[in-house]
Write a protein that binds this ligand. Sequence first.
Ligand code: HEM
Length: 320
Amino acid sequence: MMCKVIFGQSMDDKFQFKPLVDETMLLAGVFNLSDYLPFLAPLDFQGYRRRLKRTSNGLHAIIDKMIDEHLQGTNAKEQKPYTDFFHVMVSLLNTPINPNDEEQRYIIGRENIKAIMVDMVAASFETTTTAIEWTLAELLRHPPVMVVLQQELERIVGRHRMVEESDLPKLTYLDMVIKESLRLHPVAPFLLSRESTEDITINGYFIPKKSRILVNIWSIGRDHKVWSNNAEEFFPERFKDSNIDVRGHDFQLIPFGSGRRGCPGMQLGLTTMRLIIAQLVHCFDWELPDRMLPNELDMTAKIGLTFPRANHLLANPTYR
Ligand code: HEM
């Protein structure tokens, strides 16, 4: 789905991004000795930098090939007006980004387009699927919550048609379920790192200029002082009559980050997440395999830049 939005076509054998994105996420979040002992960085003891370079070259090579195809016009589909991100970007190749500024003319080059596309691919492919998988896992672990959500869908949508995007604003319990899932399972538990631009003291802690700052939203999401004693529990009702929102202003819940580097794909990610969860729960009843009990479902996460489930969720759907 994200491939269609970004590239205007489904992923096929020619453009295999997924293994390269998985490797990038793993390497970007792995324990790296040089982060703690920077003088070791040039030696690349663990070989992570070499691996990351190979992965990055792989991603760049795929996008290079796609740009070439676009420029040669070999793909018949490309004759139509562009409605996807990639083709709009490539149509801007070698044009000035600020044509009215005579002094600083900045031309969009191939390297710029490749860097933006790699950023988009890495940031969009795994995030939404990871968030959906965690939400479905929590619903399977909490059958009463699943029932309340199904009742809401029946009330608002009924049984005779599929959920549509226009139904989403009315699905308030779904919204609470999604907030609760993102609170306990933020896709990027440390956000993207920041660097402090000046010396500052916050709550008695001195942070020198040029420090690398990681914001641990996983911990904030489970902090009893913020979320009360049931912070570890999946309890969507905590958001009933609450104004807490995920859009970056309520700092106890910032699964899409905040500020200038906050997630630009938030609206797309949230809408996709809501629609897919709603459709899965509306169309099917779900059961864990082999008579597994809800509390036996393994909820271990795999550590990387993102925080996906260690083992993919297995569940049996029955059409309702
Ligand atoms: C549920 C889905 C998603 C979640 C939870 C999510 C979360 C995040 C987070 C936490 C960040 C870092 C923000 C910060 O450090 O302040 C981020 C960055 C980013 N996201 Fe998302 N994201 C999602 C979907 C998407 C989608 C669908 C796209 C694009 C189509 C996207 C594009 C990006 C990009 C390009 C960045 C990097 C921004 C930068 O470097 O300044 N994300 N996302």
